[in-house]
Design a protein around this ligand. Structure first.
Ligand code: 3UK
Length: 530
């Protein structure tokens, strides 16, 4: 390997990621180092190894063998890495999913993946119960409950682990074998089970964790992005565990107050955040040097473009640069990033070591500096494809090159600049919003006839949903009704998806075939940027 990142042996052939990320830390003398801290407990690397080994041993007892799948609907606590690495060591595929999704989405994912078990945090159990019961009525599904009280037919994780040995043999997996999936959502159709192989955490930790962050054993990591997101998974597990560092986990919703109190209590050295929360922290009266930590050395941002003004103001107030980088579920983590001392705010930086980028037009022709086209990426962490979605896999994973669906340009110095999406999707707080989804939720309200949704910049330059609606006859626009519509979307589609602005119209721009022309609404909304 001549990427200049040291001699961590490359995974080729026989390789199990859990042996590399868990066992190696104990074998190299870091068994007593703290791996994870949550508000209720902590785990050293030795304790993590023992407890995850128990989980590895428990799976065959439940009839869950190699290459089968388990779903994780889990909040960020010490139990998350136990289940994730325990499954991977057994050669069982772990599928962490977003704990904030609707019941229909959870149901789709459990059915689509054909998971044999769902491991769920106690606090989420009551909400998930109808879906778990519905599926259990039709086929066998183990429900394993972590951090909380199981129902009569569920398995308490402590009971499951109590009957297992602390020593486990790793399944003799291959570096190219599927280790875990992450569900990726697109503009149309259902979420896609994005399959990642055992060697991908290694390459991501090597290229971003070591290459960009310079992760060290002494580092203390805090990521506001949860472990079920690819961004959080790398931040909170792969990078620290690659070198035996420590991660602070927080299971509940993060507000600026919560983030600052975690910074003060744990003094992380590495902080990973998303643009919306960087902006919200900047508006917090108590934000000061180190953002409350007395040893903060580096800040990472991803999920959506970091507005340059947010980056500059943060650096001025906190004293540490923000390294914006672009990643995706398909590429597992960040593949193009700014670097310490060479930051260009507003850009996504340059490709990571071990990655290549190019900008192409619709015919696949490579474009030169300054020209806008689609960003495509070549790198060792690309997913090996979507589960049971051949047409979409072939479109996204074209040989060695992965299509991002993002419009970019590259400048003369090789920095990449984000210019929007190739479709109508946009991100709010780093999480995808499909206009179609919000529109669908709006029109289920009795007062709404039609709806069109676009992303619109708020005062911090971050995108939020804006809805244009046509009311049904007999309904009149009032502040009360508009507030009611916002609440309606929160319940139907998800908290972060509700329209921050609702404009009432008498007609909406459409094509001859009746497709809403959102680009026309965007152009009206930002005449200068269209
Ligand atoms: C957008 C960005 C501009 C871009 C992710 C870090 O966000 C992640 O994965 P997703 O699958 O979404 C991927 C899409 O999000 N995006 C992400 N980061 C940036 N756009 N600047 C950025 N810095 O449209 C991309 O195609 O949810 C982020 C690590 C792992 C990830 N999965």
């Amino acid at each position: 390997m001549n990427d200049g990142l040291g001699d961590w042996p490359e995974p080729i052939g026989a390789y199990n990621a859990a042996v590399d990320f868990v066992d190696r830390n104990v074998a190299e003398g870091r068994g007593d180092k703290l791996a994870f801290i949550d508000p209720k407990r902590s785990l050293t690397y030795r304790q993590l190894q023992a407890r995850s080994n128990r989980f590895t041993n428990a799976l065959p007892r439940l009839g869950i063998g190699r290459e089968r799948r388990i779903m994780m609907i889990m909040l960020d606590t010490c139990e998350f890495p136990v289940v994730f690495w325990g499954a991977i060591k057994a050669g069982v595929v772990a599928i962490p999913i977003n704990t904030l999704l609707t019941l229909e989405q959870w149901k789709f994912m459990i059915e689509d993946s054909r998971a044999d078990a769902v491991v769920i945090s106690g606090d989420l159990l009551a909400r998930a119960r109808p879906v778990l019961d519905d599926i259990s009525a039709r086929r066998h599904l183990h429900v394993i409950v972590s951090d909380g009280g199981p129902g009569p037919r569920d398995i308490a994780i402590d009971d499951l682990l109590a009957g297992s040995s602390e020593d486990a043999e790793a399944a003799p997996t291959n570096a190219d074998e599927t280790a875990f999936w992450l569900y990726s959502s697109g503009s149309t159709g259902n979420p896609k089970g994005t399959r990642h192989v055992h060697s991908s955490p290694y390459w991501s930790a090597r290229s971003y964790g070591l290459g960009i962050l310079g992760m060290r054993t002494e580092d203390v990591n805090y990521s506001v992005a949860k472990l079920f997101f690819a961004y959080g998974l790398g931040n909170g597990m792969n990078f620290p565990m690659a070198v035996g560092a420590t991660t602070v986990l927080y299971p509940d919703r993060v507000t600026p107050d919560v983030a600052l109190s975690i910074m003060r209590e744990h003094n992380p050295t590495v902080f990973y955040c998303v643009p919306t929360l960087y902006a919200a922290l900047l508006a917090h009266p108590e934000l000061g040097p180190g953002a409350g930590s007395n040893r903060l050395r580096i800040c990472s941002s991803a999920g959506e473009a970091l507005p340059d003004d947010v980056g500059r103001r943060w650096q001025e107030k906190v004293g540490i640069e923000i390294l914006d980088g672009i990643g995706s579920t398909e590429m597992l983590h960040i593949f193009c990033s700014n670097r310490t001392g060479q930051v260009r705010y507003g850009s996504s930086g340059v490709p990571l070591p071990n990655y290549e980028a190019k900008i192409v037009d619709d015919d696949g022709k490579v474009l030169g500096p300054g020209e806008i086209g689609e960003l495509v990426i070549k790198g060792p962490t690309a997913s090996e494809g979507y589960w049971n979605q051949r047409a979409r896999s072939r479109r996204t994973f074209a040989g060695e090159w992965t299509h991002t669906g993002d419009k970019y340009r590259v400048d003369e110095d090789g920095y990449y600049w984000c210019c929007g999406r190739t479709d109508d999707m946009f991100k709010v707080s780093g999480i995808w919003v499909s206009p179609f989804e919000v529109e669908s939720a709006l029109i289920t309200h009795p007062a709404v006839l039609e709806a069109a949704v676009i992303g619109r910049e708020d005062t911090d330059g971050l995108l939020k949903p804006k809805a244009f609606i046509i009311l049904k006859a007999g309904h009149v626009a009032s502040d009360k009704l508009l507030d009611e519509l916002k609440e309606h979307v929160k319940v139907k589609a998800g908290m972060w998806k509700y329209p921050r602005w609702v404009e009432v119209r008498t007609e909406l721009p459409k094509t001859a075939t009746g497709k809403i022309q959102r680009f026309k609404l965007r152009a009206e909304d930002h005449p200068s940027s269209s």
